[in-house]
Design a protein around this ligand. Structure first.
Ligand SMILES: O=C[C@H](O)COP(=O)(O)O
Length: 269
């Protein structure tokens, strides 16, 4: 099993694979999955690529206990956070609560939150700020629906979402954000974007970050692709020079498949 090692300085952008479990798995099933993933990956692979799981809130504590107790070199985070810190917000979870569970990351603005919970660009921007305030790394999700894609407006649409979410932040702060390009038409559909599609938009996002925050900042921000990522398509997608990893949904629930995805990422740089 891969164990925690001393900090290492990485040159360039270290590939990041984040498994978003969405509303799947009990806390007991979560433990089993993390154990299998940890046993499946070797230490050099976990050094070459950063591996993160994003369980439902109900399983975070169990994942934390396992990861810290067994010194497993796998990170974890939350799937959402509130724009508030505490109070009468039934069902919400705060950044402080996630931080207290040792979360490193939090997904913000996932298309399922935007669509099912009416999260606007303003709400997403507020959540990015709240995550940063609590020293959580936001994984900012952007991406177009099928109509926008068919109209050929996917690049301006997604870069505008990035603009809105990062409005008012300074370059040093933006350097600590992860962006995930997830075309909505490719999420959970089996309809994966081509490597060229992924690179086109990830490259455009990086160019936009360079315009707004400077090339040094744009150069360090990790930009992920998400949408029907599987072991068989990871290498092709990560071959794009601006694609630094993947936000994986369904395939992250299968230990063997997720291990293979992480291995591809480790071999990608
Ligand atoms: O957060 C993950 C994305 O929504 C991708 O999900 P998927 O890999 O099941 O298409």
């Amino acid at each position: 099993m891969a164990r925690t090692k001393s900090a290492k300085v990485y040159e360039g952008r270290r590939p990041l694979i984040a498994g978003n479990w969405k509303m799947n798995l009990t806390h007991l099933e979560a433990i089993g999955l993390v154990q299998k993933v940890a046993f499946g990956l070797k230490e050099p692979e976990l050094e070459a690529a950063e591996v993160v799981v994003v369980p439902p809130f109900t399983a975070i504590r169990s994942v934390q206990t396992l990861v810290q107790g067994d010194k497993i070199e796998i990170g974890f985070g939350g799937q959402d956070l509130s724009t508030a810190d505490s109070g009468a917000y039934t069902g919400e979870v705060s950044g402080a609560q996630l931080k207290a569970l040792a979360c490193t990351y939090v997904v913000v603005g996932h298309s399922e939150r935007r669509a099912m919970h009416a999260e606007t660009d303003e709400v997403v921007a507020a959540k990015v700020r709240k995550a940063l305030e609590h020293e959580l790394v936001p994984i900012l999700c952007v991406g177009e629906g099928l109509e926008v894609r068919k109209a050929g407006e996917h690049v301006p649409y997604t870069t505008a979402q990035v603009d809105a979410a990062l409005e008012g932040l300074d370059a040093a702060t933006v350097a600590g954000v992860v962006v995930a390009y997830e075309p909505v038409w490719a999420i959970g559909t089996g309809e994966v974007a081509t490597p060229e599609d992924a690179q086109e938009v990830c490259g455009a996002i990086r160019s936009r970050l360079a315009e707004r925050f400077g090339p040094e900042t744009a150069d360090v921000v990790r930009i992920l692709y998400g949408g029907s990522v599987k072991a068989g398509n990871t290498a092709g997608i990560l071959a794009g020079p601006d694609v630094d990893g993947a936000l994986v949904g369904g395939a992250s629930l299968d230990a063997d498949e997720f291990v293979s995805i992480c291995r591809s990422a480790a071999e990608s740089r």
